[in-house]
Design a protein. Structure first.
Length: 319
């Protein structure tokens, strides 16, 4: 069955102009045998003699067809993974009114802050629950733009892994209090430091959050301590802090959290927490449901491993 969604007339990105082709400067022989280095004239974006379309028009048609095909396949879960959309493709997509859209995957599409600004202004997707934007070129301005969208009130999953939102972007997201249904926030590899992690820990609106991933962000001991002070995420089950430059002090401060009573999986691999950090974790009294603890390459010995296993029965300890 074909897609019933309609699309408004697509306009080019604001400020964008039709491209022109400048022929390279090349040497010629003048009438006296010397070199004539005149530059050829600027040739406008010419039409393909076969298709009778300019390159810009051909690309727009290609992108439109890609979107139409994806919508025809499923207009609830739109998969546009690695389709070379760029910001212009996002603009084309933004003109579609897709009231049934629940899941949108735009990973690996070279989307920048400019494209996210356009995306964030969409109000025609009221049922959007999952937005995947992994491995694009999104910075702090893009994250802040997403946080300004007030239409996606059903958003449950936001994946920004592999971008560059930094502390500023993480702080902007942390202040978003209308995402009351958010249950998964994936921010791995985003140049987030202690300031951004602390800001996230101060959020008290995401009461349904079950999964938080901050892997490969150098949040350090201060960032871990800031997260540990959170007192709102009572439903948190999975916390991934792999390779986050967390040391002994950070592990001890994190272990002081008593709110995450449903925590089942804690991944702290590739962090030099050492023996004292492991002992600190074993003293936590609130994580009674913990079943998986990843401390691979965390500088702990067999004595500390035994203490951890004694603290949590049936614990899967990765070390």
């Amino acid at each position: 069955m074909g897609c019933k969604c309609t699309r408004d007339e697509v306009s080019p990105l604001k400020g964008a102009q039709k491209t022109t082709r400048i022929r390279p400067q090349r040497a010629r022989k003048d009438s006296f045998g010397g070199e004539d280095t005149r530059i050829d004239e600027i040739v406008p974006n010419q039409k393909n003699p076969i298709t009778n379309r300019t390159k810009d028009e051909e690309r727009e048609e290609k992108l439109t067809n890609l979107i139409n095909m994806a919508l025809a396949a499923d207009n609830r879960a739109l998969n546009l993974f690695h389709r070379d959309l760029g910001d212009h493709g996002v603009e084309i997509l933004s003109h579609y009114s897709i009231s049934r859209l629940e899941q949108l995957e735009l990973c690996s599409n070279e989307i920048s802050d400019a494209g996210i600004l356009i995306l964030s202004m969409v109000t025609a997707w009221p049922n959007l629950a999952s937005l995947e934007l992994r491995f694009n070129n999104i910075g702090s301005k893009g994250a802040a733009a997403l946080a300004r969208n007030n239409s996606w009130t059903k958003l449950a999953l936001l994946d920004l892994s592999g971008n560059n939102i930094g502390d500023e972007g993480a702080t902007a997201l942390s202040k978003k209090d209308s995402w009351v249904h958010l249950n998964s926030l994936l921010l791995g590899s985003n140049s987030i430091g202690s300031e951004g992690a602390t800001a996230l820990g101060q959020n008290n609106s995401w009461v349904h959050l079950t999964t938080l991933c901050l892997s490969k962000n150098k949040i350090g001991d201060r960032g871990a301590a800031g997260l540990g002070m959170n007192n709102a995420w009572e439903n948190l089950t999975t916390l991934v802090l792999y390779d986050c430059a967390i040391g002994t002090e950070g592990a001890i401060e994190l272990s002081k959290n008593e709110t995450w009573k449903n925590l089942r999986e804690l991944r702290l691999g590739e962090n030099p927490i050492g023996a004292e950090g492991a002992i600190g974790l074993s003293k936590n009294e609130g994580w009674s449901k913990l079943r998986t603890l990843d401390l691979s390459n965390s500088h702990i010995d067999e004595e500390e491993k035994l203490k951890l296993r004694n603290r949590w029965q049936n614990l899967e300890l990765v070390s």
